[in-house]
Ligand binder design. Structure first.
Ligand code: COA
Length: 257
């Protein structure tokens, strides 16, 4: 288990907490693996009724660790941990609730498409800068986002890389409720407890029906991953990762000039 992911069982609710505040909760392979294992454990048996994913004050997650992206670009292969985690979100039968306070970037936003309920503090921002990095949308977001918020808003988020405020994310259907930061986790705890009081088998069945065809989402994730892997080794992506790590703006023009 990675100490960068906190796992706490509060009665029937399992809290997963991203715990890498110094790197804005950027997620690495060991962190994905720790979360997948924690979800596997939550799914098995009857001790856990619902899972909450939370971050740190002011930062939910700055997305995938960009240093790891650069490593994938150099090795030419996407690490398996991220896709296993994303697929586990799809196959999980128990409900997932997110508590977002602050930045939710990249997979920090796209993992929310797999949560059944999302609560956010007023200052939260949601952004998927895939194109800025020379990449394409992942996590099934290219299928789920247009379905949730319509093509234009999904395009604005996924392709233009626009920042969505908490209000805009609420209007787009990504967020259920905006809750002041100091009451956010208490509110999420209440809602999760209410889920835990539901009849578990009926809840699982209802969740399956409401969420729709898991196979279609998994197939889209594979398509996205193929394209994402091709993009990772592209000159555009390498320039973007290097620019981020060197703290300078990316210069895509020099690649095409
Ligand atoms: N991967 C790796 N490291 C990251 C990271 C990421 N996705 N996001 C932030 N960090 C690191 C920074 O490199 C920095 O490390 P350092 O202190 O060793 O230099 C530290 O976290 C703090 O980030 P910093 O950029 O100084 O904070 P900020 O408040 O000015 O900006 C962000 C915060 C999140 C807006 C900015 O870090 C950012 O844009 N991160 C990249 C987000 C991204 O593109 N994610 C991938 C999406 S597909």
């Amino acid at each position: 288990m990675s100490e960068l992911v906190g796992i706490e069982d509060r009665g029937p609710i399992r809290w997963l907490r991203l715990n890498r505040a110094d790197k804005k909760n950027a997620i690495t392979s060991p962190m994905y693996r720790a979360m997948t294992a924690a979800l596997d454990e939550a799914e098995a048996g009857t001790a856990t009724a619902a899972v909450v994913i939370a971050g740190q004050p002011g930062v939910f997650s700055a997305g995938n660790d960009i240093g790891e992206f650069l490593g994938y670009a150099q090795s030419g292969a996407l690490g398996p941990a991220v896709l296993s985690f994303l697929k586990r979100l799809v196959t999980l039968e128990k409900p997932l609730v997110a508590a977002v306070d602050g930045l939710a970037i990249g997979v920090g936003t796209t993992l929310l498409f797999h949560c059944d309920l999302v609560y956010a503090s007023p200052g939260s921002t949601f952004r998927t800068p895939f194109l800025d990095l020379g990449l394409v949308p992942e996590a099934g977001s290219s299928l789920i986002a247009p379905r949730l918020m319509g093509h234009q808003r999904a395009f604005e988020m996924l392709c233009l890389g626009a920042s969505f405020t908490a209000e805009k994310a609420l209007a787009a259907g990504l967020v259920n409720e905006i809750v002041p930061a100091d009451r956010l986790e208490a509110r999420v705890g209440e809602v999760a407890a209410r889920l835990a009081s539901r009849p578990p088998d009926a809840l699982k069945a209802a969740r399956r029906l409401v969420r729709g065809d898991a196979a279609a989402i998994l197939a889209q994730m594979d398509k996205e991953a193929d394209e994402f892997s091709r993009r990772l080794v592209s000159a555009e992506a390498r320039e973007a990762f290097a620019a981020f790590l060197e703290k300078r703006p990316a210069d895509f023009a020099k690649l095409h000039g």
